[in-house]
Design a protein around this ligand. Structure first.
Ligand SMILES: Cc1cc2nc3c(=O)[nH]c(=O)nc-3n(C[C@H](O)[C@H](O)[C@H](O)COP(=O)(O)O)c2cc1C
Length: 207
């Protein structure tokens, strides 16, 4: 479990070396980080959720998907993949190219269209673990569309993210503000391939 002190240290470290006005690390090579592997032993017996739990995530290159599947497997929770109506290509994800789709959407504050905004059975879930990659220090843009388009009233929401090195920062708070409803808990950041660690964290939430 990440203590507040460690969290602040990581956040501070992530902030060092960033270009002024840029929350991300343009020079890193996140695409080279291997995708997380789902947990093999997906025993739900040690963490049966009290309510209906949904793990909803967006993932452009598979890292968040691996972590999300590991969490869901351990909790015995349902999984929903947030999909962009137009999937992001490698060129779209080129954060070193100011004219790439992610760069342009960042500059424009675009809420990209989703294949389906509201997960099947949304009203039935009490708790949503919401996963995403960090893009320039924030939640990947499809999350904007997701939180703007869904009603979080009465739900407990726990953000989690994957990144090359940045902490979760204020990404969860910004999503909570945009959602305007729900009980949003402090989230957690994982590196790619941290499925086991993420599953333990999820169990520790005591949902
Ligand atoms: C457009 C873009 C911006 C990114 N910005 C950051 C960043 O600010 N900090 C960071 O640590 N990683 C950053 N990354 C790396 C991703 O957060 C990381 O590779 C993440 O695990 C990808 O998750 P996914 O495979 O589920 O898409 C960025 C990646 C992309 C494509």
């Amino acid at each position: 479990m990440l203590t507040r002190r460690n969290f602040l240290a990581i956040a501070a470290a992530a902030a060092i070396g960033l270009p002024a006005g840029c929350a991300g690390e343009k020079d890193e090579a996140p695409a080279a980080v291997p995708a997380a592997e789902p947990v093999e032993d997906a025993s739900a017996a040690d963490a049966a959720p009290a309510g209906n739990v949904l793990v909803a995530y967006f993932s452009a290159t598979g890292n968040t998907a691996g972590v999300a599947e590991a969490i869901a497997g351990r909790l015995g929770a349902d999984v929903w993949e947030i999909e962009a109506a137009q999937p992001y290509t490698d060129a779209d994800l080129n954060y070193n190219d100011d004219s790439s789709r992610t760069s342009v959407e960042r500059a424009d504050g675009t809420n990209p269209e989703l294949a389906q905004v509201t997960p099947d059975g949304w009203a039935n879930y009490d708790t949503v673990l919401l996963g995403y990659p960090i893009w320039w220090g924030e939640a990947a843009w499809p999350l904007r569309t997701f939180v703007a388009g869904n009603d979080f009233a009465g739900k407990t929401v726990v953000p989690f993210c994957t990144s090359a090195s940045s902490g979760i920062g204020r990404s969860g708070e910004l999503l909570a503000e945009a959602a305007g409803a729900g009980d949003w808990l402090e989230g957690e950041r994982f590196s790619s391939g941290s499925g086991d660690e993420a599953a333990e964290w999820a169990v520790g939430l005591g949902l």
